[in-house]
Design a protein around this ligand. Structure first.
Ligand SMILES: Nc1nc2c(c(=O)[nH]1)N[C@H]1C(S)=C(S)[C@@H](COP(=O)(O)OP(=O)(O)OC[C@H]3O[C@@H](n4cnc5c(N)ncnc54)[C@H](O)[C@@H]3O)O[C@H]1N2
Ligand code: MOO
Length: 438
């Protein structure tokens, strides 16, 4: 058998080439480290946008009692059977019933009770004649309020009903919407305004949900200046912490921005210690490459539990992730500092983490196939994510490859994915496109 033998194998090992992880390997490792947050009981409005962690059954009928859907008169149908405009049925008014009334007058033959929308149907009555079907009645009566009984009306108050009223007319029956014991919402439902309203309607004051993850967004770099503050030589405005905080909120998190931590290990450690108590997830940008002032790696490595690796992707090659301090620690993703790199890393890795913590079924952004309008070049062995504009099955690149191009990033609505093995392609090629809007 013939073969070559490297001199290294005769004693000295060859210098190990750095390992590269694929996007999919990295994503799988990141997602394996997190799961849905434990469910908690929240006040209704604090639960807005959260996903239900319980099936909800109604404890009451809705409506809870037969009630009127119109302002008018509660009547017995037989009394109105022959009513016409020319020969109205004249009924004695025995009471006034407002919404919230508790003590109700009994409506006997030849009688009616003035009733308001939402007020309980009094005993004896079988239907409601809207006030427009009557002469409006005589006397004013006094509407019973929610604290007291329905009053009698002044002696001699009466109403003329101008047409027959059929049984059940203008009555909303008890339980016609929801019956006690019925399941009204199922676990996993996202609580929007109408679901919260339904919970309130059935008398729930609190509800069990998956909470929104609390995400602390921290940008590092001694060159960073808060937007609006004066910029000195070599300084730039901190944009990443704004992009990432907004993106975290967009993904469903409660996000706290902690911008512009200088490249100083003691300061970074102090900020981290301060933030750990309120974080379900920490996201940082900057300091993950090989620069001399990349203190981020140094600090995170001192906690343990965080790995730094290179990915076969562009942009977004250097990445850090893990649980700060190891198992049981707060999950952390350390993203590269270049603004486009950090945003794309967020979309590919952080957003799925937040969606997983929320218990959402749609963890990933939608991917569609689209025809690219331009010829493209791409580095060998790296999956490239170019910024693009997608519409109607067609995609066009915006801006170039540079990971500092925030102008083009703000015009993009998708990421054009060029596979690892592709180094060039013609206009008209069909590619995967990650849509950045839902
Ligand atoms: N010798 C090498 N140099 C670099 C490599 C490499 O492999 N070898 N990788 C390059 C790649 S790829 C990337 S991505 C960056 C990542 O660098 P860091 O994560 O260490 O980020 P910084 O050095 O802190 O910053 C990079 C760049 O981004 C700007 N920046 C940082 N933070 C913000 C912010 N909050 N808002 C706006 N802009 C920000 C910063 O000023 C730099 O221009 O490393 C390459 N280098
Ligand atoms: O991979 Mo860096 O993330 O090219 O810009």
């Amino acid at each position: 058998m013939t073969g070559t033998t490297d001199s290294c194998c005769e004693g000295t090992p060859a210098p190990a080439s750095p390992r590269y992880w694929t996007v999919d390997e990295h994503l799988a490792d990141v997602l394996a480290a997190v799961g849905p947050l434990p469910a908690i009981e929240l006040q209704l409005l604090d639960a807005q946008g959260c996903r239900l962690a319980e099936d909800v059954a109604a404890g009451v009928d809705l409506p809870p009692f037969d009630n009127s859907s119109m302002d008018g008169y509660a009547v017995r149908t037989a009394d109105t059977a022959r009513a016409t405009e020319e020969y109205p049925s004249v009924l004695a008014v025995v009471g006034d019933i407002a919404a919230g009334a508790g003590d109700l007058p009994k409506v006997g033959p030849g009688q009616a009770a003035r009733i308001m929308t939402g007020a309980p149907l009094p005993p004896g009555a079988e239907a409601v004649a809207p006030v427009e079907w009557t002469d409006g009645g005589t006397g004013t009566g006094r509407a019973a309020d929610s604290m007291g009984a329905a009053s009698g009306t002044g002696t001699g108050d009466e109403v003329r009903v101008l047409r027959p009223v059929s049984e059940g007319a203008h009555i909303r029956r008890r339980g016609s919407d929801i019956t006690a014991g019925e399941q009204v919402l199922e676990a996993g439902t996202v609580l929007g305004p109408t679901q919260l309203g339904l919970l309130a309607a059935i008398g729930r004051g609190t509800v069990r949900v998956r909470p929104r993850p609390r995400v602390v967004v921290l940008s590092t770099g001694s060159e960073l200046v808060r937007p609006g503050d004066p910029i000195g030589p070599g300084q730039i405005s901190d944009s990443n912490s704004f992009t990432l905080t907004a993106a975290a909120r967009d993904a469903g998190a409660i996000a706290y921005r902690v911008g512009g931590v200088p490249d100083d290990a003691a300061t970074l450690r102090a900020v981290l210690e301060d933030q750990l108590g309120r974080a379900d997830l920490i996201v940082t940008s900057g300091g993950v490459s090989v620069g001399a002032y990349d203190v981020v790696k140094e600090v995170f490595e001192s906690y343990g539990g965080v790995d730094f690796r290179r990915l076969r992707m562009q942009p977004g090659k250097p990445q850090g992730f893990g649980r700060l301090g190891g198992t049981g620690g707060v999950p952390l993703l350390a993203l590269p500092g270049n603004p486009v790199s950090s945003y794309i890393s967020f979309e590919l890795f952080v957003r799925p983490v937040i969606r997983t913590m929320l218990g959402a079924p749609d963890v990933h952004r939608p991917v569609v196939r689209a025809t690219c309008t331009a010829a493209l070049r791409s580095p060998a062995g790296r999956r490239q994510f170019l910024r693009g504009r997608y519409a109607d099955g067609t995609v066009s690149p915006v801006g170039g490859e540079g990971s500092h191009l925030v102008g083009a990033l703000a015009r993009a609505n998708c990421l054009i994915t060029v596979p690892e093995e592709t180094t060039s392609l013609d206009a008209g090629t069909v590619l995967d496109v990650v849509l950045l809007t839902d």
